[in-house]
Design a protein around this ligand. Sequence first.
Ligand code: UDP
Length: 234
Amino acid sequence: MEYNRILLKLSGESLMGDKQYGIDEVRLNQYAEQIHEVAQMGIQIAIVIGGGNIFRGLSGTSKGFDRVKGDQMGMLATVINSIALSSALTNVGQRNRLYTAIRMEPVGELYSKWKAIESMEKGEVAIISGGTGNPFFTTDTASALRGIEIEADAMLKGTRVDGVYTADPEKDPNATKFQTISFDEVYKRGLKVMDLTATTMCKENNLPIVVFNMDIYGNLKRLMQGENIGTVVK
Ligand code: UDP
């Protein structure tokens, strides 16, 4: 097996499916089934979900929200998404445990590296919500942080594109995809794989990033079986 322990990052927006806002239950269930399949292969999985489908702190400032309060709303949005995923995982028969960066029992347990690892070693999927618990960060950075903390073999960024391209493939028909690319090349080309804070954390702590299309059913499993379906940044 290519990976024993992974950190899977899902954006909040991906949970919307074809909707304009909130959570699409069909998409959510597809994710839950895919995650369950991979967990059954014995792979240890931790998950960080964004909150962009509900609220982003920065966009709140234009509506008059204080940035820190807006970011707190954003972090709570990631908890809402995580509760939804926890419920969907339970529905497909996948044991899981919800952790929160900020204390809010009984919604979830306060996160610690050791509790999350213990969960994964017992066969539970660890959903790590609430971002980093601090404003001015993103869930990309939270996934980098948690991935490094739990000693994941890679951070998998599930998106709606199948990897990292020379240009935005949704805008430029001549864009070509990288199989692998170095962190230095990502900086040099100004590619937006993740935000710079997250990218730098992964680079400095040797955590490879795998960008792949999570919306194609079965891709997560294919990736785990070693199929070359995304882009590896290392
Ligand atoms: N957020 C934060 N600190 C963190 C992670 C997230 O303040 O450590 C807030 C921030 O306002 C962000 C929102 O939560 O806009 C939702 O996260 P993000 O934008 O990363 O979600 P995604 O784009 O992945 O859906």
